[in-house]
Every structure is written in C-alpha cells, then in structure tokens.
Design a protein around this ligand. Sequence first.
Ligand SMILES: [Zn+2]
Length: 250
Amino acid sequence: MLGRATLMGTAAAAGLPLVSGAAEGLKETPATSGKLKVIVTGGHPGDPEYGCGGTIALYSDAGHQVVILYLNKGEWSENPSYDPGPVREAEARKACQILKARAAFAGQIDAKAIVDAAHYEQFHALIEAERPDVVFTQWPVDNHRDHRAVSMLTFDAWLRMGKKFALYYYEVSNGEDTVQFAPTHYVDITGTESRKRSACYAHASQAPDKFYALQELVTRMRGIESGHKYAEGYIHHVQSPDFALPWASR
Ligand SMILES: [Zn+2]
C-alpha cells in the first residue's frame, strides 16, 4: 500500500544509490535500563504506521525506543518530472513524531526494491547497529514487491544475527497487499487507535480516507477475534524469543 507503485510503473529517473552510505537516521543507540529497542521495518512511508501504529504508541508510552526503518521514501510517481520523495519523507517524519519514534531510511527506491547479496549485507548492518530486542516487519505473502523485499531483508538479518531478537510480522491493506495472514498474537490498541489514525493521516498525499478505512476494518476484525474494540494482529516467528510484546494476547 501507499507505494502507488505498480510493477509497470517507472520511478523517477534515479540510479541505484550507493549501497553503503545511502541509509539515514540509523545510529547505534542500544536500549538501556530494561527498556526495549524496537525496530519496525516497512517498504514505504506509511506501512509501519498502518500495520503497527497502535502498538508503536504503546511501546513509546512505556519508554521503549522505537525506530521506524523505511526501505524507501516513496519516490515513485506517474509524472516523471515530479519526485514525491521529499513530501513523503516529511510525512513520514511527522508520523514518527506523532508516535514518538525515530525515522530511518534504508536508501532504496520505490518500486525498484533490490534483494541481492550487497543489499542483504547493507540491511543486516543497519539492523545490527541498532541492536534490537524486537523487530516487526511485513508479512512476506504480499502483492507488492517492496513489501516482500523488506520482509526478506529483515528475515535475513534476523538469521544472520543468530535469531536472537523477537520477530513479528504485521499486516497492511489486507487483500490489496497482505494475503493469507492469520495472527498468532493480538495487541489491544483501543487506547492508542486515535494516535495511530493521526500518524496514518500524516501521510496526507496517500489517500488516507481510503486506506485508513480499510485498515480500520482490519483492526476492528482483529478486535472481534481478541475481545477488544480495536486490535493489531501479528504473526510471531516461532523460532524467535517471545518476551518483547508485553501487551500480547493469543
Ligand atoms: Zn507499502
């Protein structure tokens, strides 16, 4: 979702950024004093907020550090003379401000996600430098290749780091993007849904009326499944630790 990208689309003319040095916003800031370090990775600005915004707000409110790592800045446009990247980056930073998270960008290009040895290496280095306790990423069965790409890159980093951080998958724009998602864990976001909504609406260039309506249906359904008004659903990787999502019910 939110990428506006189709496989036929052409991004604004832009070459592959240098793999090293293209990322922004990441730094080594390990969590201290029992606080968790949380990373949420997503293909485009907006994906983490739509999938996990309520949970991110819960983490922030509890004093945990959250980094939202976007694979790209949403540069794709039907108009080759217009680069929406700067607008979408500003929207992402505003959304992160609302959720009290830090924005980071991996430096890839919208609709041109690359998953190869060099990019696995780069993404692993970004994740490792943050020393996360828990990482959320997009479910890999998804109709958008950027979503699949960020999921693969994140999963590979988790393997490379010895499966030591908790790994959860999230859902976005079910049916359009995420497909075949059956949560193992639920988080009651009734108390933070309004901030999630604000963070999603910070992506004003991306038709939030349309996309939030769909996402709200999803959070209502996950709420029905788990006995809350609104809930976010996650799939926990069975081989990862399961200590880092303190609000989860099953
Ligand atoms: Zn997306």
